[in-house]
Design a protein around this ligand. Structure first.
Ligand code: ATP
Length: 238
């Protein structure tokens, strides 16, 4: 077996004196999609923030064997970790085009950046139509597409997705998740997906962890978890 792209062991995180994660272990395999599920306040958002160095942590995190715990966010981004935060994180006053350019700011390969912009428009054609429009005037679905596209402009090895379904119409969510699957298959981009919509996440992911107040209580292949009725009823509510 190849070593995982992201390996996390004994992860603790805290905001000031408030401890939120209590020794989590989890992996994202190379080219894989891992999902972290859990109720409101379980610590899902904090887990993603921990991976990209945005919150105080203890424990070990390694990306392709290189330790990233304790590194600054910018250094982690340069290693190929792109974060699509909850609340989307687009720059509302900038245009679609400007947001995409910002996504590629760490890259030196300018000619490839242009090609990647085209590739992003291939996945999200509506963004091409809105290229000069201010991000703040886009619909919720388009803003989420832009946030994902901006992250993809980094050519990430690992994409961190925080509740991408939040507040969007079911049809848009369906479309978005199909595109995540396509990107994963065609680009080999690994993903760490945090979701409240467990059914949706378990369809996309290959591996899942259930989080309860900062601890992993169940983990396994997404298929096993999906087909375990008692887990579904007790933890996933569907
Ligand atoms: P949600 O789906 O509601 O976002 P979550 O599983 O993503 O939930 P987190 O946002 O990671 O959970 O929050 C975990 C815990 O940390 C919660 O108890 C929350 O109140 C607390 N918390 C989150 N952000 C902060 C902060 N900036 N300062 C202090 N406590 C925080």
């Amino acid at each position: 077996m190849t070593s995982p792209l992201l390996q996390v062991r004994g992860l603790h995180a805290q905001y000031g004196p408030t401890r939120v994660l209590h020794g989590m272990d989890f992996d994202v395999r190379q080219g894989g999609i891992t999902t972290i599920l859990g109720a409101n306040g379980a610590g899902k958002t904090t887990t993603l923030r921990a991976v990209c160095g945005m919150v105080r942590t203890q424990g070990e995190m390694a990306l392709a064997g290189e330790r990233i715990d304790g590194k600054a966010t910018e250094a982690i981004v340069r290693l190929g970790v792109a974060h699509v935060p909850d609340g989307r994180g687009t720059f509302m006053n900038l245009t679609v085009d400007e947001n995409l350019r910002l996504g590629a700011y760490t890259r030196r390969d300018r000619d490839q950046v242009q090609a990647d912009r085209e590739r992003v428009f291939g996945w999200f054609p509506r963004l091409r139509e809105r290229i000069r429009q201010q991000a703040g005037t886009l619909s919720g679905g388009e803003q989420q597409m832009l946030a994902v596209s901006r992250a993809l402009m980094l050519r990430p090895r690992l994409l961190l997705l925080d509740e991408p379904s939040f507040g969007l119409a079911p049809r848009i969510v369906q479309e978005m998740f199909e595109i995540f699957g396509e990107i994963n298959r065609s680009e080999g981009t690994s993903m760490l997906l945090v979701e409240q919509n467990a059914a949706l996440a378990l369809k996309l992911a290959d591996h899942a962890y259930l989080l309860e107040t900062g601890r992993v209580v169940i983990s396994g292949s997404a298929e096993d978890i999906r087909s375990d009725e008692s887990v579904r009823r007790s933890y996933l509510g569907y």
